[in-house]
Design a protein around this ligand. Sequence first.
Ligand code: 5GP
Ligand code: MG
Length: 185
Amino acid sequence: MTRPDDIQLDPLLSAEQIERRVGELAGEIAAVYGDAPVVLVPILSGSLIFVSDLVRKLPMDMVIELCGLSSYRDGETPGQLRWTLGPPRNLDGRHVLVVDDIVDTGATLGRVVDTIARQQPASVRTCTLLLRTGADRSDPVADTEVDFEGFRIGRGFVVGYGLDYDGRFRNRPGISVVRRDEDET
Ligand code: 5GP
Ligand code: MG
C-alpha cells in the first residue's frame, strides 16, 4: 500500500488471524485463573484495542486499572521511560495481569511488573499480543517473563490494531510492517 508520505505498509497479521488468536489467549488465561478475580493492568496506549477485545472474552470477575508508560518514542526510536498515567496502586493480595501490545526489549513491561511486585500482590502475570524475537533483552529489569503471548514476530516496526507510528495507524484492523523507501536496499 503506497502512501503520499512514502510510508509503505506490508500486511503481517490479518484482523481474522488476530481475532482467532485473541480468543485462544482468553481461553489460556481463563484456564489459569479459574474463578479468581483479577486486576487487569493494560499499558496504554498501544494495548487499547487488544485489551478491549480480550476482556470481553474473559469470564472472570475483574477490575481494569489503566496505566501509561511511554518511552518518549520519536517514531521508531525508543528513549527514557516515563509514566503518563499511574503507576497502578493498592494491589496487595490481588491477582494482577499486565497487558501490553508488544514486548520488544522488555524494558516497559519489566518496569510495570517491578512496580507492581513491590506492592505484595497475590500474583503478577504478563500478557502481550506480540513478542519480538531476537530483541535485545540485556536491560536487567527486562528479563521479565511473558506468561501469555499472542504472536512472535521478527524485526520490523509494526502498526495497526492499536499500535502506532507517530500516533498514526492505530485504527487499522490488521497489523502491518512499516517500510519506508530508505529501508529498501
Ligand atoms: P520495550 O520497552 O519492550 O522495548 O518496548 C515496548 C514498547 O515499545 C511497546 O509497548 C510499544 O509501545 C513500543 N514498541 C516496540 N516495538 C514497536 C513496534 O514495532 N511498533 C510500535 N508501534 N510500537 C512498538
Ligand atoms: Mg506500549
